[in-house]
Design a protein around this ligand. Structure first.
Ligand SMILES: [Zn+2]
Ligand SMILES: [Zn+2]
Length: 483
C-alpha cells in the first residue's frame, strides 16, 4: 500500500483528503475513497501534489459507485461533475450516494522519493445547484466598469440553426454562436436555450477558450403563458406551466435560488402567430419576484410589439424593474444567410458591474445601472440625478420632497446628431439636441413629493431609438430584497 496516510475532514461541505505516495507506487494506481451523502448535486475536486521538481507525476481520475466516471490524467488539477454538466474528461449525470474514489495513477516517482498530495473535494447539495465553489467562478476582468453583452441567445441546443458545410440547415453548434459574439466585441453573453440545460456542458468546456467573453448559463423558460429568461442557472427548473407548475410557483423557486428573472418580449401576441409568446400568466404576476423586463427583443424597437410600453407600465405600478435587451438570435452566421440573419449584439445590454464575473454582472442587472445600446453601435450613456447635495445614477432611488429640484445630467458618447429625451413616468417632458458627443444640457425637474421615475432615451435625427436608459426612482419604496 503506497498510501502512508489518509486524512479526511469535512467542513462547510469540503472534504480535504491528504496522503503520501511512495516510490513503491511507481507505475501503479491508488484509489482514495470518500463518501458522497444522499442529496449531493455537484462534486468539485481541486488536486495538488509535491515532488514535481523530482519528476514525480500523479494522474487523476474519478470512480463513482457504478464505475469509472472519467479520467483527466495529468491535464487538469480542477474538475467538477454535476447532474447537468461536467468538466471535459468527466461525465455529467446523477451523483449516486455512497463510496466514490479518486483514482490516482502514478506514471513516475523516482526511487527514494515521496509525494504528498492534497485533494479538496467540494460537495454541494442538489437543492442549491447554483452554489458553486470559488474555484469554479470565472472572473475575466477584476475591475469595475461598463460591460457589454447579449442576454438572449439560442444555439442548436434549442432551435437555432445555421448552414452546414454543404449548405443544408442544421442545428447550430454553440461554438459558432459564441465566436460570433466574440467577433462582435462583446464582454458577456447569456445562452438561454428553451427549457433545457443541455448547453451547460458545452459552456463548461468552452469558457476557457473564450477568455474575453463571459459565458452566463441561462434558460428561456418557454411556456404557453409567456417566456422568461433565468440567468445564472445550474440546475433544472420545471417549465410545465399549465401542467405540473404555474408561474407563481416558478417565480417563488427562482427567488429561493436567487436567480434573476427577465420577462421576455412581453408584448408579442400569444396566438397562432406565436403561441405563448406574450406575457399572460393566468394567475397574474408578482412583479416583486422579477428583476428585469426585456424591453427590446431583436429589432422590435419602435414596432407595435416593443416591450418598452409594457415595461414602463410596470414602473408606473411602482415596481423597480431593469430594462434589458436581447437579440434572441437563432442563427450564428455573421451575415444574412438563406436561413436567417444574425443579430448577435443587436441590441447590446450595457451593465455597470464591479468585475466581469457572473455574480457581479447579475448584481449589476439587479441594480439597474444598465442601458440598452439598441443597434449595438458601441455608444455610451451615463445619467446622474442630483438633489440636495446627493447624486445618484441610473437604477438608484432618490427621496425628493415637494418643491425639491432634481438636476438631471446625461453624458452621451459615440453618437453624432443625437436627440436626448427626458422621460418622466413614461412621458417625454423635455428634449435637447446633442450635435456631438458629450454632456447634454442639464435639465431641472421639480418634485411634487410623490412617486415618479425619471430616465432618458437617445434618438437619431430621424427618430430611431439608439439608447434606452434605466430610471432613477424618486420617492419609490426601497427595492425588495427579492430582486
Ligand atoms: Zn421567447
Ligand atoms: Zn428566445
Amino acid at each position: 500500500m503506497a498510501l502512508a496516510a489518509l486524512m479526511a475532514n469535512a467542513e462547510d461541505g469540503v472534504l480535504t483528503l491528504r496522503g503520501r505516495i511512495e516510490a513503491s507506487a511507481h507505475q501503479s494506481y491508488v484509489e482514495v475513497p470518500f463518501q458522497v451523502p444522499p442529496g449531493t448535486g455537484r462534486i468539485t475536486v481541486e488536486f495538488d501534489y509535491t515532488g514535481r521538481e523530482q519528476r514525480t507525476r500523479i494522474d487523476l481520475g474519478l470512480i463513482d459507485p457504478a464505475g469509472l466516471r472519467g479520467w483527466s490524467g495529468g491535464n487538469k488539477r480542477l474538475f467538477t461533475v454535476a447532474s447537468d454538466d461536467a468538466t471535459p474528461s468527466y461525465r455529467g449525470g446523477p451523483l449516486p450516494p455512497g463510496q466514490w474514489k479518486l483514482l490516482l495513477g502514478v506514471p513516475n516517482i523516482r526511487a527514494g522519493q515521496v509525494s504528498d498530495y492534497t485533494a479538496r473535494i467540494h460537495l454541494a447539495p442538489a437543492a442549491a445547484p447554483e452554489a458553486l465553489p470559488d474555484a469554479l467562478q470565472t472572473n475575466l476582468a477584476d475591475r469595475p466598469g461598463w460591460y457589454r453583452g447579449d442576454l438572449h441567445l439560442h444555439s442548436g441546443h434549442s432551435d437555432a440553426s445555421c448552414a452546414s458545410q454543404s449548405g443544408t440547415r442544421v442545428p447550430c453548434p454553440l461554438f459558432l454562436t459564441l465566436q460570433a459574439a466574440a467577433a462582435r466585441g462583446l464582454d458577456f453573453v447569456a445562452v438561454t436555450e428553451h427549457n433545457t440545460l443541455s448547453h451547460l456542458q458545452d459552456l463548461r468546456a468552452l469558457q476557457p477558450y473564450f477568455d474575453r467573453l463571459l459565458l452566463v448559463p441561462g434558460v428561456e423558460i418557454t411556456t404557453f403563458q409567456g417566456h422568461a429568461n433565468v440567468f445564472g442557472i445550474q440546475g433544472a427548473l420545471d417549465f410545465r406551466v399549465g401542467g405540473t407548475t404555474d408561474w407563481s410557483r416558478l417565480l417563488r423557486e427562482t427567488q429561493r435560488r436567487a436567480l434573476p428573472v427577465s420577462v421576455n418580449h412581453p408584448a408579442l401576441p400569444s396566438d397562432e402567430r406565436c403561441m405563448g409568446c406574450g406575457w399572460q400568466p393566468r394567475e397574474g404576476t408578482d412583479w416583486s419576484r422579477v428583476a428585469a423586463v426585456e424591453a427590446i427583443n431583436g429589432a422590435d424597437a419602435g414596432t407595435p410589439v416593443s416591450g418598452i410600453p409594457f415595461w414602463q407600465a410596470r414602473l408606473d405600478e411602482g415596481y423597480r424593474l431593469t430594462a434589458i435587451g436581447g437579440s434572441d438570435n437563432h442563427d450564428a452566421a455573421l451575415r444574412t444567410t438563406q436561413f436567417g440573419k444574425s443579430r448577435i449584439g443587436s441590441p447590446t445590454t450595457v451593465v455597470f458591474a464591479r468585475s466581469l464575473s457572473q455574480d457581479a454582472l447579475l448584481d449589476g442587472i439587479r441594480s439597474g445601472r444598465v442601458y440598452i445600446d439598441v443597434e449595438g453601435s458601441g455608444a455610451v450613456m451615463e445619467m446622474t440625478a442630483a438633489q440636495g447635495g446627493r447624486s445618484v445614477r441610473m437604477g438608484a432611488g432618490l427621496a425628493v420632497p415637494a418643491g425639491g429640484e432634481v438636476g438631471l445630467e446625461l453624458r452621451v458618447e459615440g453618437v453624432v446628431d443625437a436627440r436626448v429625451e427626458w422621460i418622466v413616468d413614461g412621458r417625454v417632458e423635455q428634449t435637447a439636441d446633442l450635435p456631438v458627443s458629450g454632456k447634454a444640457p442639464a435639465w431641472a425637474w421639480r418634485s411634487d413629493g410623490h412617486r415618479h421615475w425619471l430616465r432618458a432615451d437617445v434618438r437619431s435625427p430621424d427618430g430611431r431609438l439608439l439608447l434606452v436608459g434605466n430610471p432613477v426612482y424618486v420617492n419609490f419604496p426601497a427595492p425588495a430584497g427579492a430582486r
